[in-house]
Design a protein around this ligand. Structure first.
Ligand SMILES: C[S@@+](CC[C@H](N)C(=O)[O-])C[C@H]1O[C@@H](n2cnc3c(N)ncnc32)[C@H](O)[C@@H]1O
Length: 284
């Protein structure tokens, strides 16, 4: 099987979320309105339509799991809200979208004064550059988040800073996530961090096997796209350093989105609510 777009397994997850946005945008009563995703997927389809890679076939043929589409759209809408709330307080603030993929959050949230950095692996930013133009306030950084050089670029601003990582940290090793968060806390005091985490029980057997089955069989993602780290509860990062303070957390179920249908019954069951959820911290 040949992948038409030459990117690794983890980077390929950015195609999945992009296509979810496009499908939802074109659905009845969309949760998320992301016209750029429709434009980008239409152009990618002409490249991918010849591919015999099962993931790319699934994307082109629009056979993604409808419930995954709903979840990804709910999450993107919530992360847009985090940005809008941050900019309402700090109109000249700086947003760093870590592991941005091919998402167009800047276009959906631009208030005319924000400085917005989209950061992802070079292989993803290479694709992104074909569709998104940088400006004096919108910047693309081609780097692993773990190579700290990007922090010097961002720290040319005085802030305030909002760092967000939507669907990213679970693909990194636990020690790497901890070290990154502690570095952000040290180098950007007063900043906010919004990041999605998985429960660490999903990173260990036997539940890890279920996740891997979903990634391989249902999403046709390669073996490197695996969950490697998680936390047990929202306050866990507070235990890493006294300068990390939980502001709030959020689960998909909190959206009350009607397209979640019967899944909403799980909202009060901790195991489900805190299976994959978002934590929002102040780094002091
Ligand atoms: C599931 S996608 C999410 C993309 C985007 N945040 C969204 O929700 O549409 C995960 C993204 O994390 C990126 N990623 C994974 N490891 C990374 C790293 N070490 N540094 C920067 N980005 C990384 C991948 O390349 C991919 O674009």
């Amino acid at each position: 099987m040949v992948r038409e777009i030459a990117i690794g397994d983890v980077a390929a997850t950015s195609l999945v979320t992009l296509y979810c946005h496009a499908i939802e945008t074109q659905s009845a009563d969309p949760i998320l309105y992301d016209p750029k995703s429709v434009e980008v997927t239409a152009r990618l389809n002409s490249i991918l339509s010849h591919s015999d890679d099962p993931l790319e076939r699934m994307l082109v043929e629009s056979t993604l799991d409808p419930m995954l589409v709903v979840h990804i759209a709910i999450r993107a809408k919530k992360y847009d809200q985090y940005v809008l709330e941050f900019l309402a307080q700090s109109p000249h603030g700086v947003v760093v979208n870590i592991g941005c993929g091919l998402d167009s959050r800047f276009l959906r949230t631009d208030n005319g004064t924000v400085h917005f950095y989209d950061l992802d692996l070079p292989e993803v930013i290479d694709i992104k550059k074909q569709f998104f133009a940088e400006t004096d306030r919108y910047h693309l950084i081609a780097s692993s988040v773990l190579d700290e050089g990007w922090m010097s670029v961002v720290s040319s601003h005085t802030g305030p800073f909002l760092f967000m990582a939507e669907g990213v940290f679970m693909y990194l090793e636990a020690e790497a996530v901890k070290s990154l968060v502690l570095t952000l806390q040290k180098r950007f005091p007063g900043s906010e961090l919004v990041c999605e985490m998985v429960n660490s029980i999903w990173v260990r057997k036997p539940l890890k096997t279920i996740v891997e089955h979903k990634m391989r069989r249902r999403l046709h993602l390669g073996k490197d796209a695996a969950f490697r780290s998680g936390i047990r509860h929202s306050r866990e990062m507070e235990e890493w350093h006294q300068g990390i303070q939980l502001l709030d957390d959020w689960s998909y179920f909190d959206s009350g989105e009607k397209k979640l249908g019967w899944l909403k019954i799980f909202s009060r069951i901790g195991l489900f609510r805190y299976s994959q959820w978002t934590v929002h911290y102040l780094l002091r």
